[in-house]
Design a protein around this ligand. Sequence first.
Ligand code: COS
Length: 382
Amino acid sequence: MNLELSEDQRLVVQGVHDFAQGEIAPRAREMDAEATIPAEILDQMRALGIFGAGIPEEHGGLGLDMVTYTGIVEELSRACAGVGIVLSVHTSVAAYPLLRFGNDEQRERFLPRMAQGEIGAFCLSEPSSGSDAAALKSTARRDGDQYILNGQKIFVTNGALAQFYFLMAKTDPDAQPAHHGITAFLVERESPGLSLGRKEDKMGLRASDTMELFLEDCQVPAANRIGDEGRGFHIAMNSLDNGRVGVAAQALGIAQAAFDEAIRYAKERKQFGQPLVHFGAIQDKIAIMDTRIQAARLLVRQAAWLKDQGRKFTRQAAYAKLFATETATWVAHQAVQIHGGYGYMKEYPVERYYRDARVTEIYEGTSEMQRIVIARALLRGE
Ligand code: COS
């Protein structure tokens, strides 16, 4: 594995860095306060082709590899983590499973639209199923050339922005084991019987919307079923392997931003007659913060590189997510600490990074679930 980005990869990531720092970062505080992403930022991302970053050129995307893609997610998240997760969810758990598990007709019908920036969302969690994803209760009943879906989804990232919902429902609620009864669908926003509920009022990541979604006799063409009946859990888990690398890259972006701010502040702020960076206690924090960030980046790159080689990367995705997200919360915590009282004030961005980082240890599989995935893979000898 090459630890350095190639020149092509570096140029793409640098381009996104410049765009994100120029257009997104200056508005991140406003986006957090107003809990929304301005339409013009999404339009700029569309114009740059960012929503097609992970979609092959033959389907209208940029056809970038996963290593470059994680660099893009990191740079967007460094500017605003809420913007980073829009791309991550759209790519990893909506466009990707369509590419991997959809048929030719589905790929041709949907991927060019996704590449142009019609946004995707992922609907797995329900009020009574989160970590135990197979316990979901939503149903899908075949009725001629369509399915009738009923149920409720929660914590749908991109819920309000999305045109496409990659959604899991049970076609066989009595199946044993339960996950063999789950089927995947690509549901379009205008589908009769689909409605959005409450927008969640979150601690952090406020620019990104998180919605409830209701299915009441929702009509979905059978042609929108992705894969065979009963394969939905496998598809969801496979998609989450990608999603977890994306969330790890997002966390890395938050950690890098918090670190950069901590250094900047520690060089400027004077106490006891000298800048904070002259104190051993601060240098100690800075050294460990950066060591953890460097290690997290290597884990993200390793998982992405394995995916690019077409190799299994479930365990490495879990390593990356577990380590990068815990690094983000830890680094943001230290960054607030270095800022002292100012770090607790909204005037300084570290307060936002601290809140934004927290959810990365929770969504797309908690740290506890990542440890289960790692331990089981090791015990199986993978
Ligand atoms: N890719 C493809 N298939 C996978 C997979 C992966 N990474 N991991 C598991 N599977 C498949 C297994 O092959 C198995 O299929 P078969 O029975 O057909 O062989 C099936 O899934 C069940 O595997 P397992 O018994 O290991 O799963 P469990 O039900 O015990 O659950 C965990 C495994 C806990 C790891 C899983 O439920 C999980 O990841 N939960 C977290 C869900 C989550 O991330 N929720 C957040 C929602 S998104 S915000």
